[in-house]
Write a protein that binds this ligand. Sequence first.
Ligand code: GLN
Length: 492
Amino acid sequence: MTADLTALDASVLASKIHAREVSSVEVTQAHLDRIAAVDGELNAFLHVAGEQALTAAKAVDDSLAAGNAPASALAGVPLALKDVFTTTDMPTTCGSKILEGWVAPYDATLTTRLREAGIPVLGKTNMDEFAMGSSTENSAYGPTLNPWDTTRIPGGSGGGSAAALASNQAPLAIGTDTGGSIRQPAAVTATVGTKPTYGTVSRYGLVACASSLDQGGPCGRTVLDTALLHEVIAGYDPRDSTSVNAPVRPVVEAARQGANGDLKGVRVGIVKELHSESYQPGVIASFDTAVAQLKELGAEVVEVSCPSFLHALAAYYLILPSEVSSNLARFDAMRYGMRVDDGNMSADQVMAATRAAGFGKEVKRRIMIGTYALSSGYYDAYYGQALKVRTLIARDFDRAYEQVDVLVSPTSPFTPWKIGEKVDDPLAMYLSDLCTLPTNLAGHCAMSVPSGLSADDGLPVGLQIMAPALADERLYRVGAAYEAARGPIARP
Ligand code: GLN
């Protein structure tokens, strides 16, 4: 019974809970049991909140028993939350020592929306420190292992959420995507993840990495589950100054339409610059097969060129560190978390010692790069130049979307690599973000859907679908149609 419940889709669990065939408490307990059984090895969770989750589940069961309608389409279905959204009832560490044990004084808007939707939060998931990384190895609390092969990385920065889904520890999860941290982990664990249009999911209470790029988003094992969660978390929030005041896109309807229909009349563009011989052959083969399936569904497929995408990586790795160097200045040993002080230190010394001890290598690297890129005399040459490239990327997208409705590419140029393989080579690590970064720089939306296992190593590959700002429903229509045509995939 217990094992069965953790293998079910969130949409199926929701109907069973709402029909009172099974209780939310049973479903939640089944997932807590699963976490207890497997997470000692996988390390997907930094904190498990069994008691709180069961209390939330019981509230849903009681409300349904009293004859009330479910609070949301996912009421009663538990979820794993990336440890970068604040929660008043459990710690928020962002995978960093500097925030070890820190409990936020307020809930993120996203956390509040989950609570109001009756979604029990099982716990907080592991991540690269402050969301900087592509492998979850930059967590101060040890790496998360990929359930497909525990000698390999689960992607990053949201490797904990992706691994929790892939190992049936949670039927739903939340990630954040600044340069690919939802999509790349989804790709390498054969799960689904969406980076919604910038500004459509509140950043209030999302601990900032790079504010002009950060976006929370939904993760699931199917496109429909991801769509259901998308509608729960999206929406205008006056507490986030960059929140978009527009109606939530009809992504659930689009997912249902896609799953039951074809793609006739849908124009799909293959981005020439994101289809390179330098990618792993099995990834390219899987992508080409996926494109053939889109054609069979009736989509009109053309090749489009976005030349400035070749400079996206360079621009991103100036813009992101610049914003990081400013955002992370708030960890000053006075306001949050850790404090190193031998009693004889000046305030400056306390600050320096705390940051030296509290931040990991990658975070320090980016703070230094960003501080340099923003310094007077270099600002125009680095940060200013990167902003110009960002504009060119947006223009390339605009031109492409005059011709097509969605763009596609592999999500990641390679399948999950061995733990430790790239830790000493930051550039090699950064290359895994090649295909995902342009979307963030433009503020658009994109999704990763599993496209099967690579022929060269039997490991998961993801298909990336991109769409313009505020056209998130296109991702779900195309994603669900593709998922149905692809058929069921193997599970780890
Ligand atoms: N891997 C990318 C980076 O290291 C993306 C991170 C993210 O999306 N948070 O910056």
